[in-house]
Design a protein around this ligand. Structure first.
Ligand code: RAM
Length: 345
């Protein structure tokens, strides 16, 4: 598994920096290059556009993206809306297109709403990489997926089933209603519940919009409307930490289970106080790092997004483009009280 432990990350980063310095490749690079004969360009100006700013998950993915762009001698930028909304990213896409960036690396709040803007960017020569949350496949060059949707759904269903004794009512506290990633995972979770967990009933799906307070309030409301609730699954880092904050000081603490996708730093106190026993995620820093390398490979013309294309992603090694122009980071990882202190993101 390519999971960066905090010490391993630091060691690997130092090794890469040393290698670049030795090979003389650590210059600042050009950012205004046009296309060369092979269809590639040297315009390594790479802009990250998360679902929204101020989310520690995306702060961490951008940290990885920035490290990769710096290793490559390019120019990193991060822009984005304050709140996650279906078309809130359009103006940022248009601005980046006007600026002539080499690539936009986007986590989409909606599969369709930003497509026209992205396709205009692509017509102007910008390579579009989606990561974390995809658009429809015809509006991007490549999707860097954190883990398979089946794997992400299964780890959460397994965790909640184990935590509630495989029986009883559960609810989902999701992010925004249109989020491509959460909606895909929720559909897969429903399939798994129906197939393998006949005694678990999913009674509600509510949306906290990846906003801490809305997620907190929706958690309170869903617990009130379903007095027999045994567990909550929150497949969003903002949702699960807000739900944990609510549960931790309520009478439901220890009675209603909570799991889903969270960052170790946001969940640590709730693991320590017993509100949550286990949750899952991948390493967002690695996801950002891989996405930046994929963007650079598209810009350089090393890959086009064709199945079987390969490229090198620095300390993470070589990756191959799979079906539907998708690159896969790895497997989800489960955090609990025994391992959470090994991680710092
Ligand atoms: C939130 C966002 C992001 C998702 C994580 C798990 O930070 O919704 O898109 O991948 O949770």
């Amino acid at each position: 598994m390519k999971f960066a432990h905090k010490r391993a990350t630091a060691v690997a980063a130092a090794a890469v920096a040393a290698a670049l310095a030795l090979s003389g490749c650590a210059d600042t690079g050009s950012t205004g290059g046009g296309s060369s004969d092979g269809g590639g360009s040297d315009n390594l100006s790479i802009t990250f556009l998360p679902k929204s700013l101020g989310n520690p998950y995306f702060d961490t993915s951008s940290k990885g993206g920035k490290a990769a762009v710096e290793e490559l001698g390019g120019t990193f930028a991060e822009v984005g809306p304050a709140e996650s909304g279906p078309d809130a990213q359009v103006s940022y896409i248009n601005t980046a297109t006007q600026q002539g960036v080499g690539s936009l690396v986007v986590s989409a709040n909606d599969p369709k709403a930003i497509c026209d803007a992205l396709n205009e960017a692509r017509d102007a020569g910008v390579k579009v990489v989606t990561f974390d949350s995809d658009t429809n496949a015809d509006c991007r060059d490549l999707f860097v997926n954190q883990a398979t949707a089946d794997g992400i759904a299964k780890v959460q269903v397994d965790l909640i089933a184990e935590q509630i004794g495989d029986a009883g009512e559960i609810a989902i506290v999701s992010s925004t209603a249109n989020a491509t990633n959460q909606n895909t995972w929720i559909d897969k979770m429903k399939e798994l519940l129906a197939a393998d967990h006949p005694n678990i009933q999913l009674v509600d799906v509510v949306y906290g919009d990846d906003d801490e307070q809305i997620s907190f309030d929706k958690t309170a409301a869903v617990l009130q409307s379903h007095p027999n609730l045994k567990g909550i699954v929150s497949p969003t880092t903002i949702g699960i930490s807000a739900a944990a904050r609510y549960l931790s000081t309520s009478d439901y603490k220890g009675k209603v289970a909570l799991t889903g996708l969270g960052t170790p730093n946001q969940m640590r106190e709730y693991i320590e106080d017993g509100t949550v026993t286990a949750f899952a995620l991948w390493n967002p820093e690695d996801l950002g790092y891989l996405s930046a390398y994929a963007a650079a490979a598209l810009i350089n013309g090393d890959i086009t997004g064709k199945e079987g294309d390969t490229f090198k992603a620095g300390k993470l090694g070589e990756y191959t483009v799979g079906a539907d122009a998708t690159v896969l980071l790895g497997d989800p990882y489960v955090f609990n009280k025994d391992n959470i202190d090994d991680f710092d993101f």
